[in-house]
Design a protein. Structure first.
Length: 452
């Protein structure tokens, strides 16, 4: 007799995770996790501000406005309201469109804030959410997203975009927590989220890449709202025979979901980007900028730039001749060129204009890359050669990673750099002050109103 392919394994992993997610309290967070939450909110809001005027957002917003519907949730920094689900979608894409948002690298490469915070903010306009409510929901989203990703070790290698897939679990968790779902309904929320996960790496360099984050936010929020009404799902969406860990990865490690749960907070291992591109490019940027500054070589003298990095850094960044700013974010040759010439890798270095600049295009052709499997994902080596000299630098831990974190002062400077051009210095500083004191807010609508 054939066994039903989705029959239960009775491992209890999804249900045990759901129990933890529904029962953990703000008082369980240690000081490091609370502080990490504040840093994450500040950083993401700055990224959303910087991305709020991007043409991709206007196309999405215009489409949603044409479709009509309720206007009860804030589209950040656009003086506009859409429906709850639609606002989460737009704000999620907004925060990720510049590839400047946070990145967790603890066994996954996940931009967790862009799916999670828009879902939280949209729900917070339907009910009262305190700053402490937000922080525990935000922290638990990292637990769900990261741990589910660790259960599917080859998930990324299979071509999925983790922010779209794992971010859906994260957003469902955060909003499910704010809705007060019990363990059973949180299990449903995870199952409804899991059946919606999507996002393909094939869409890197296009409008769809950041759309994944927005769709994860809206799908996760929808999952929690459905679960609240008793809409059910499998109780084994992570570990089941046809569950996430087994069909989205060639190997499955569902036991990792519960390893150390409650003894460490994944939000404390979050990383933040000093550069506006894929995080695996960051060690190479650090190395090239260091060589450029220390050698002070004239551009006309450069014969070659040689890079060595972790294989994953090259796997996703092989585009040699990008034609748009979005494409250039996934080009290691472009990244090396602008890092050498501009000694920077910010928003302007990944604009359409810079992607087409003759000086950058010419230098891109002189970049060569090799890989070394002994390198960590946050390591890189760069050599710049002239006709008769060479200069090199090795980076052990890229700026912004857990082992080389950005300071609070660095985070504030990044935020102001992103925020001031959009909302002005006075409003930007008011938002910053509100975020650093978010654990004292009785209603986070005070913050949302500042960001309308």
């Amino acid at each position: 007799m054939l066994e039903y392919s989705a029959s239960n394994l009775h491992l209890g992993i999804t249900s045990s995770l759901a129990k933890f997610l529904s029962e953990a309290q703000f008082s369980d967070l240690d000081e490091t996790a609370v502080h990490a939450g504040k840093r994450g909110v500040l950083d993401w809001l700055g990224c959303a501000m910087a991305g709020s005027g991007h043409p991709t957002l206007s196309k999405l917003i215009d489409t949603l406005v044409d479709l009509g519907g309720a206007r009860n949730a804030t589209v950040l920094f656009r003086n506009l309201k859409l429906g709850t689900i639609e606002a989460a979608l737009v704000n999620g894409q907004m925060g990720h469109v510049l590839d400047y948002d946070d990145t967790h690298m603890g066994g996954v490469v996940l931009h967790n804030s862009s799916p999670t915070l828009p879902a939280i903010f949209a729900l917070a306009e339907r009910q009262t959410v305190s700053g402490r409510d937000l922080l525990i929901a935000y922290a638990l989203a990292f637990e769900a997203g990261v741990r589910t990703g660790q259960a599917a070790p080859d998930h990324r290698k299979c071509g999925w975009h983790l922010t779209g897939t794992l971010g859906t679990f994260a957003a469902a968790t955060a909003t499910g927590r704010l809705l007060g779902l019990d363990a059973e309904k949180m299990t449903y929320a995870l199952g409804i989220a899991g059946t919606q996960v999507s996002g393909m790496q094939q869409n890197r360099g296009t409008s769809c890449k950041s759309f994944h984050a927005g769709r994860a936010a809206s799908n996760g929020l929808l999952a929690a709202l459905l679960a609240q009404r008793g809409f059910d799902s499998s109780g084994e969406i992570i570990e089941g025979k046809r569950g996430f860990a087994r069909i989205y990865s060639t190997t499955a490690r569902p036991e990792l979901v519960l390893e150390g749960i409650g003894t460490r907070w994944e939000i404390s291992r979050n990383g933040h980007k000093p550069y506006a591109c894929g995080v695996l490019l960051h060690p190479a940027i650090d190395a090239v900028i260091k060589v450029s500054r220390e050698s002070n070589i004239e551009l006309s003298q450069v014969e070659a730039i040689e890079l060595k990095a972790h294989p994953d850094a090259v796997l996703i960044t092989g585009l040699v001749d990008p034609k748009t700013g979005l494409q250039s974010k996934f080009s290691i040759s472009h990244t090396a060129a602008v890092a050498f010439i501009d000694r920077a890798a910010g928003i302007m270095q990944y604009s359409d204009k810079r992607a087409l600049s003759p000086d950058v295009a010419a230098l891109r052709q002189k970049v060569s890359v090799s890989t070394d499997e002994t390198f960590g994902k946050d390591q890189a080596w760069a050599t710049v050669r002239t006709r008769d000299r060479s200069f090199e630098a090795r980076i052990e831990h890229a700026t912004g990673t857990v082992d080389n974190p950005m300071s609070d002062a660095d985070m504030e400077a990044k935020f102001l750099g992103n925020a001031v051009p959009t909302v002005g210095e006075e409003r930007a500083r008011a938002i910053s002050e509100k975020v650093w004191q978010i654990d004292h807010l009785a209603d986070v609508r005070e913050l949302i109103d500042l960001c309308a």
